[in-house]
Design a protein. Structure first.
Length: 75
């Protein structure tokens, strides 16, 4: 069984009103948990993409410096 913990958060009234209108009472916690999980996955993916891009840029820079030192002109 999944462990749960109660938390208190503040949300805009309009958001709460929409949630109450669209999501049945006993399904709201699950709905909110799923949304949070999806957003956290997105944040992690974006951080990973950024790290890959930074690593690629650094490798590309080092390769260009190496090409300049070796003088062979191979790309």
């Amino acid at each position: 069984m999944i462990s749960t913990e109660k938390v208190t958060v503040s949300l805009p009234k309009e958001t709460i009103d929409a949630l109450r209108k669209e999501i049945p009472r006993r399904k709201r916690s699950k709905f909110i948990a799923e949304i949070i999980k999806k957003q956290l996955r997105k944040v992690k993916e974006e951080a990973l993409i950024k790290a890959y891009k930074e690593a690629y840029a650094e490798i590309k820079k080092e390769n260009q410096e190496f090409d300049g030192v070796s003088g062979d002109g191979i790309s």
